[in-house]
Write a protein that binds this ligand. Sequence first.
Ligand SMILES: [Zn+2]
Length: 454
Amino acid sequence: MRYIITLLFSLSLFLTTHSQAPEEVIKSIFNDALTDNTAEEHLLYLCKNTKGRIPGSQEALHAVRYTMGALKEAGADTVWLQEVPVPHWKRGNELAILKSELGSIELTISALGLSVGTGPDGLEGNLMEVHRFEELKEMGEGEIEGKIIFFNRPVDNTMLNTFSGYGGAVNQRISGASEAAKYGAKAVIVRSPTQAMHDFVHTGVVRYQENIPEIPAVCVSPHDAEIMSRWLKKDKKSVLYLLSDCMNYPDTISYNVIGEIRGNEMPGEYITVGGHLDAWDISEGAHDDGGGCVQSIETIRLFTELGIKPRRSIRAVMFMNEEMTSTGGAVYADEAEKNGEIHYAALESDRGVLSPLGFGFGNADNERLEQLFSLEKYFRPYGIRYFARGGGGSDISPLGRFGALQIGYIPDTQRYFWFHHSANDTFEQVNIREMQLGSAAIASLIYLIDMYDL
Ligand SMILES: [Zn+2]
């Protein structure tokens, strides 16, 4: 009898989601997402109580504990942690003063993540402005030895894809220190890679090449980069005093947080929805990427709240350490491989939580892409119309090796780099309605892909 009741119960749930037209299910998802406050509360908590959550920090552990609770509350059947080895770097005192015959001025700077420090006394050197790495080669050691290299190539504002614009400038931040150290530079100061012209400084990670001296690396606000360039033109002998007393400590342990709703029909197949929980210490990490984490939790909450029983197992994953060395995504994929899991699809939201435009799809053949593009008709009523080839995210990309469909959530990113990696990335910069249109779009897409085997 009990078996029959269970069977009838499962059948009725099966029929609710199968018998409802997809348009109706999607409408109910949007209605709930746009009227419920849970996501806003989660984002507010992460921004105001776990600010500073770089990978090896106590603040990151606080965010881990908080999102575990949020996933349980959202209705995940199982919530667990996955150990992730992470770097442990701490910012120190920071000061930069430009001195020239025009006077002296304090600049707004921020050490790059994983940078070595200057020590507590700081250092001083003549500045040299550079736009391309080739210029370093042309000048050689004779001109560069003992200098501080100022990388000042701005983001190309004519590029409509803001991520492409960023991509054209960010190599100065990532690789500039080692490129300059090859020729004996003693430090680098890098113009913040952003389309904005303001006083916020946009940090990010620096990567040192092996067997090249590691020199201190900081970035400077775009506004101050303009001033530096002007002063340098007037006085080529301008000097920079630089203090950045940051430190690298031995690696430590942090965690991915995973919440799962077990699938009704194919529990051994997985669809992952994720964002990264770590954020730069100078920001609240609202758009990057507290919002993406909250949207992932929302998929679990919306499915539970609306009684949507997924056929495959759905996982919301808060990845740790995307910003520094991306070990969270690597550990998640390694565990999946060890456990012989089948990963059907994975979506990442890590482009800010601005108004949704659509989705980009990677790792799919033409036939699958065409089926996915045909889903656009369900999203058109919500103004979401961008369904394109190519997409994913850095945390989910390691799942590509098992053939998982890669999905990147694409919002309108024209304002994203006003916030990205800066103190300007605060809760107040998020329009909750825009974030929730995204949450609904993501949950709807996951529902369709799972229900219709896309
Ligand atoms: Zn991010």
